[in-house]
Design a protein around this ligand. Structure first.
Ligand SMILES: CC(C)(COP(=O)(O)OP(=O)(O)OC[C@H]1O[C@@H](n2cnc3c(N)ncnc32)[C@H](O)[C@@H]1OP(=O)(O)O)[C@@H](O)C(=O)NCCC(=O)NCCS
Length: 148
């Protein structure tokens, strides 16, 4: 657990689901899917214990959240969000650092995040925090998906 004067970071547990879901639902730039049900997120947290994080304010309201997990060789981050009222105070960066520290401890050297190309705030955040856009490399790659 870590804290600044007004906010505290702690592990995201299944009981945080509804508060996190409410936060995500209120955020422009985030899109929720059929795999964001309580059952699915609980399963994700059980498969990746201790990697995801929430930020709470002095009144214990959740003002930030991100999901983090890995498959044994690479990590992924999903749904990074900070409430409007708590932005610009370093919470986003601290939550990402929390997650990447856990990945490093687990010997996972690589992490990806999915961001909509039209999410200017999200893209600026990642680029300003040292995340690379593979589409700008000489040998660019893309993500392909299929609904199963
Ligand atoms: C992206 C987001 C999580 C950032 O949260 P935050 O707590 O405000 O970010 P931080 O205060 O930790 O910012 C850290 C650094 O990121 C960069 N940054 C943050 N917000 C930025 C913005 N709107 N534009 C450009 N750079 C930004 C800055 O470099 C900042 O460092 P600085 O304050 O020293 O300049 C928040 O704006 C948000 O929830 N956005 C909507 C959801 C979203 O787009 N999520 C990402 C998609 S996966």
């Amino acid at each position: 657990m870590s804290s600044t004067s007004d906010f505290e970071l702690r592990e995201f547990v299944a009981d945080d689901y509804q508060h996190a879901f409410d936060l995500w639902s209120s955020i422009e730039g985030l899109s929720l899917h059929e795999n964001d049900t309580k059952e699915a997120i609980t399963s994700f947290l059980e498969r990746n214990p201790g990697f995801s994080v929430v930020a709470s304010d002095k009144n214990n309201n959740i003002v930030g959240a991100v999901l983090c997990g890995h498959n044994g060789r690479a990590g992924s981050l999903y749904h990074l969000a900070v409430a409007d009222s708590a932005r610009g105070k370093g919470l986003g960066r601290q939550m990402v650092q929390f997650c990447t520290s856990k990945l490093i401890e687990a010997n996972i050297p690589h992490c990806s995040v999915f961001v909509f190309t039209n999410n200017d705030v999200g893209n600026q955040f990642w680029i300003n925090n040292g995340w690379d856009d593979p589409m700008t490399r000489e040998f660019a790659w893309k993500v392909l998906q299929k609904r199963l």
